[in-house]
Design a protein around this ligand. Structure first.
Ligand code: TTP
Ligand code: MG
Length: 393
């Protein structure tokens, strides 16, 4: 299969300077001014985002606030009002759902929409993308950048190309022309490490990357090799996974060497718990059932499940539940595989607030969401647990 035969219509929407744009909207005196969201100039925090006026001073997300202040002392520095941005995020999501049920949120201000099945009703994907931008502007008084293409990878690239207020459509017949001059760093999954490896062998652009055959790429990058081979050709068959479609979220690890030590198993469990919990929250779900799976070297496999009265999505709670399940399985020999699966979902939006009376949990929820946002932007292990740092897996 190649990009040309792929007949899906995918739209990627990403709001412009999201937190800062919401603040400018709600206080029109800030329009046209450099607005930095993240905290007071004398605070020790980092910039969450800044308006495009502030970006001209070299300010960007994750820069220390005091550095931003040094560059732009006349800027308007505002605290993060996460509850407000979450509310706006919901409103954007509601607009998306008017055009397709296949909406996959990536973060508060970003989502994929599969509109393949919507074109009969609403016209071409281009028309739908136009309508989305218009409604976001008229109803919410904000601007979004959109990308329209045959798959997720290309649509996301496209939405980023003409920010702010961007609108880029990738013609299915010109995919290669579009991709070839771009840097390999634009490829999803190519982080700093992979990029450095590619630069070392003189691969800089996507065109360069196409000169490597699949076998070479597999040799260099293992499982990522095949993805690189495909993405360099604009092929990406991943479906848009809407919230309601997921039935379970799981992750398991087969160890290179069987593990007998319980403490090591617990560390692996923490890693697995953090991974499934984050994916659960990304889909704005909570789970009521957690299942632990263990496989021994002779392939005997055991699992233990527990269904809880309350749906959960916090790292700590999922980790604690998985530890309890582990303690219920007598460890008679070393372990070959360990896995956690979450299922029995409910949408976060329908969870009754009364279920979270403990304010400690509410604080944890807010903190967890902030950590998720940071990890989402900078690769998933920027904010992690000390236990995992000590035992880098
Ligand atoms: P982005 O979409 O990366 O940034 P943006 O919307 O502010 O600007 P643009 O898309 O036009 O480049 O992130 C969305 C929001 O997520 C952003 O408004 C603030 C938050 N965020 C952080 O809190 N920390 C970060 O490091 C980043 C990158 C974003
Ligand atoms: Mg954005």
């Amino acid at each position: 299969m190649n990009a040309q035969t792929n007949s899906r219509n995918i739209i990627h929407v990403d709001m412009d300077a999201f937190f800062a744009a919401v603040e400018q909207r709600d206080n029109p005196s800030l329009k046209g001014k450099p607005v930095i969201v993240g905290g007071r100039p004398d605070s020790r925090g980092v910039v969450a985002t800044s308006s495009y006026e502030a970006r001209r001073f070299g300010i960007h997300s994750a820069m220390p606030i005091n550095e931003a202040w040094r560059r732009c002392p006349h800027g308007v520095f505002l605290p993060v009002n996460m509850a407000k941005y979450q509310e706006v995020s919901k409103q954007i999501h509601t607009i998306f759902l008017d055009y397709t049920p296949l909406v996959e949120p990536l973060s508060l201000d970003e989502a994929f929409l599969d509109v393949t099945g919507s074109t009969k009703l609403f016209g071409s994907a281009e028309k739908i993308a136009c309508a989305l931008k218009k409604r976001i502007r008229q109803q919410l008084n904000l601007t979004a950048s959109v990308g329209v293409a045959g798959n997720k990878f290309l649509a996301k690239l496209a939405s980023d190309l003409e920010k702010p207020d961007g609108f880029v459509i990738i013609d299915p017949n010109k995919v290669q022309q579009f991709l070839d001059p771009l840097s390999v760093t634009r490829i999803w999954g190519v982080g700093r490490k992979t990029a450095e490896q590619l630069f070392e062998i003189n691969i800089h652009t996507i065109k360069d990357l196409r000169s490597l055959d699949e076998k070479t790429l597999n040799g260099l990058f293992g499982v990522l090799g095949r993805r690189l081979y495909e993405l360099a050709r604009g092929i990406d068959n991943r479906p848009v996974e809407s919230i309601s479609q997921a039935k379970s979220i799981g992750r398991e690890i087969t160890f290179e060497e069987d593990i007998a030590n319980r403490e090591s198993l617990e560390t692996v469990l923490l890693k697995l718990a953090l991974d499934v919990a984050r994916r659960l929250r990304r889909k704005q779900l909570k789970a009521r059932t957690i299942t632990l799976k263990i496989r021994y070297p002779d392939f005997r496999t055991f699992s233990r499940s527990r269904t809880l009265a309350e749906a959960i999505d916090l790292d700590d709670i999922i980790y604690r539940q998985s530890l309890t399940l582990l303690s219920e399985i007598p460890l008679k020999s070393p372990v070959r595989l360990l896995g956690i699966t979450l299922s029995n979902f409910i949408s976060q939006e329908v969870v009754q607030p009364s279920l979270f009376e403990e304010s400690q949990n509410r604080e944890k929820e807010v903190l967890t969401r902030v950590i998720d946002e940071v990890n989402e932007k900078f690769g998933k292990d920027i904010v992690t647990r000390a236990r995992l740092l000590k035992n880098r897996l």
